[in-house]
Design a protein around this ligand. Structure first.
Ligand SMILES: *[C@@H]1O[C@H](CO)[C@@H](O)[C@H](O)[C@H]1NC(C)=O
Length: 372
């Protein structure tokens, strides 16, 4: 009957508006859409505490504020490279990495020194000892204001919304470095490095020819070609004994003078870094889709700059969670931008509700038709 069609149409329109409205409201979220790590392959950090539990993480602290950090720290299979932090709502709100304190490296005079050097503390901070008594150093980033990790109450000095904050001490009321979301607000201490396709324009703190190697700052930032923050990373001198962790989740990037162009513009580097035994390791943490981190505007993917294979431990960019063979990676010398193979297709709760309601309506009209 005609009226049934009208009712269905009306309900559909009503539901559609309802769903649109609710998803508009949920669009203001104080967290990054997707935080992914690139180490060997792509790995997306569990967006919620509940997903972390499902993926086999364990929670390290049960009280939100600890002496070392704010938020609930999670760990999996001894992976100290990327330990997610969740806020009191269970949303991903930060990341902590820890490195062992038993490495050797070099100072500006090419003399051997113990790592990590005091000069990079903070943001590196003394952490805890493992069961063998080895001290670990921690570095922590938050994706929203550190004061809002354990409490919903924003005071006037606290800006809500997503961001990037590097912890610089144990008093999180004051000890953090706020990273601007746009590169034009960066202080002049941040030196512009190279733009690398699918990584963005790199910025390094105080990095120039005169920088003593012991002061190599462990945080770098990357912005897209329009100047919007897209990723950050850690870079430390040395090579840790736990370079590969038990969970099989890839490894740190590792660079020597030959492979520096992976992240550095070598003309900026101090001579002590050219010491052939000098090495660095680190990770990239993407706050956005890496495919947006291109180096030319309106990029035509077939014309993207190719990097020589020796510069890049990872030249093929797989979609998230795709495990790729390490030998294969090092032999490949082109960037294959694997576009979505459906993995990024994700429906919101509102869209699910909408579909469920539509199915329900269809069933109803079918039943009505069958009624005598
Ligand atoms: C340290 O080693 C590098 C590379 O071998 C060299 O260029 C530099 O001059 C050395 N610096 C000092 C202070 O000896």
């Amino acid at each position: 009957m005609v009226w049934r069609g009208h009712v269905t149409t009306f309900l559909t329109i009503f539901l559609f508006h309802f769903v649109e409205e609710s998803s508009m409201q949920s669009r203001y979220i104080d967290r990054w859409e997707k935080v992914s790590i690139r180490y060997g392959y792509w790995y997306e950090l569990p967006p919620y505490q509940s997903t972390a539990f499902k993926e086999g993480y364990r929670r390290i602290n049960d009280v939100c504020k600890t002496a070392l950090h704010n938020g609930f720290l999670f760990e999996k299979d001894g992976n100290t490279k990327t330990m997610p932090i969740y806020d009191f709502n269970g949303n991903l709100a930060g990341i902590q990495s820890s490195i062992p304190g038993n490495m050797k490296g070099f100072n500006s005079l090419n003399q051997s020194i113990d790592l990590p050097p005091l000069e990079i503390m903070p943001p590196l901070l003394k952490g805890t000892r493992d069961h063998k008594g080895m001290i670990y150093y921690i570095i922590t980033a938050y994706f929203k204001h550190p004061k809002l990790i354990c409490s919903p109450i924003a005071t006037a000095d606290v800006s809500p919304g997503k961001g990037l904050y590097i912890q610089t001490g144990f008093d999180l009321e004051n000890d953090f470095l706020r990273i601007p979301l746009e590169s034009k607000f960066l202080s002049s201490m941040w030196k512009k490095g190279p733009c690398l396709p699918l990584m963005g324009v790199h910025y390094f703190m105080n990095l120039d020819y005169d920088l003593p190697c012991e002061k190599l700052y462990p945080v770098f930032l990357t912005y897209d070609i329009e100047g919007k923050l897209g990723a950050f990373g850690w870079v430390f001198q040395g090579r840790p004994h736990n370079f590969y962790s038990n969970d099989g989740l890839g490894h740190w990037f590792h660079l020597t003078p030959i492979t520096y162009p992976f992240i550095f513009d070598t003309s900026m580097l101090p001579s002590c870094m050219m010491n052939s035994k000098f090495q660095v390791f680190g990770i990239h943490v993407f706050l956005r889709d890496h495919k947006e981190m291109v180096c030319t505007k309106n990029v035509d993917k077939s014309h993207q700059t190719l990097r020589p294979s020796e510069m890049t431990p990872i030249t093929q960019i797989p979609s998230q969670r795709t495990i790729i063979n390490a030998d294969y990676i090092s032999n490949s010398n082109t960037i294959n931008d694997h576009s979505d193979n459906g993995s990024s297709f994700h429906m919101t709760l509102g869209q699910w509700t909408y579909i469920v309601c539509l199915v329900y309506l269809c069933l109803c009209s079918l039943l009505l038709k069958r009624m005598p």
